[in-house]
Write a protein that binds this ligand. Structure first.
Ligand code: PGA
Length: 255
């Protein structure tokens, strides 16, 4: 059985002072259950102070993106070695907001993923369809296409380290969450795709998350699905109490 991943994506929220207050409150709730891997993807500026503040809580800090390039003349970017220096070894790649607002296409995303893997990071690759694609019955083809473009040439030891987050674009930040049936169906499609390309054993190992308007009230609907191994949560991860409730509920699932 796979562990349950409860991942919070803060996006462009929580300046360092707020991040520190969040960490203090989170610590007051207690220990993270064994069955849960808790992750947080805060803004870059929060990574270092949060690492100090979260100490040995076990919360894994990740970056919301990363440059595909080695350190050098790339104004405004963050490199793998800066993250590594802060002991951050997990990175979101291809979030739909990066794809939409910063023109990250599958070619850019593939390069970022390769840089991440080459330096021992755990990449969390985000995939998902938009509303029109869902309505026209093209959701699965869209997601399979994204996987194919970005992951198909990876080596077995590389794919093992990748997590896939299925985030339908129409469900992100809208309060209009996908049904657990839709989430399971797509998670199953993703696992099946992995099975076909990488074989049964690797397909069973890979973690598949659902994201899009997940909150404490609906998280269990997703975690109870066979192929959904965790959640990637935006809005609800900003409130320490809500993030903690997600973690607590996650403790009832997973290995
Ligand atoms: P949301 O965001 O939970 O606020 O919908 C999810 C995400 O973008 O990762």
């Amino acid at each position: 059985m796979r562990k349950v991943i409860i991942a919070g994506n803060w996006k462009m929220n929580h300046a360092p002072s707020k991040a520190l207050a969040f960490a203090e409150e989170l610590k007051s709730f207690g220990k993270i259950p064994e069955a849960v891997v808790a992750m947080l993807f805060p803004p870059f500026v929060d990574l270092y102070p949060l690492r100090e503040a979260l100490g040995d809580t076990g919360v894994i800090l990740g970056s919301q993106t990363m440059s595909a390039e080695d350190p050098g003349a790339f104004t405004g970017e963050i490199s793998w070695d800066m993250l590594e220096d802060m002991e951050v070894k997990t990175v979101l790649i291809g979030h739909s907001e990066r794809r939409a607002f910063y023109h990250e296409n599958n070619a850019v995303i593939t390069r970022k993923l390769r840089t991440a893997l080459a330096h021992g990071f755990t990449p969390v690759l985000c995939v998902g369809e938009n509303e029109e694609e869902r309505k026209e019955g093209r959701a699965r083809t869209k997601v399979a296409g994204q996987l194919h473009r970005v992951l198909k040439d990876l080596e077995p030891e590389e794919i093992k380290r990748v997590m896939v987050a299925y985030e339908p674009i129409w469900a992100i930040g809208t309060g209009q969450n996908a049904t657990s049936h839709d989430a399971q169906e797509m998670a199953e499609t993703i696992r099946q795709w992995c099975r076909e390309i990488f074989g049964e054993e690797l397909a069973e190992e890979i973690h598949i998350l659902y994201g899009g308007s997940v909150k404490p009230q609906n998280v269990e609907e997703y975690l109870s699905q066979t192929d959904v191994d965790g959640v990637l949560v935006g809005g609800a991860s900003l409130v320490a109490k809500d993030y903690w409730t997600l973690i607590e509920k996650g403790g009832h699932y997973g290995a």
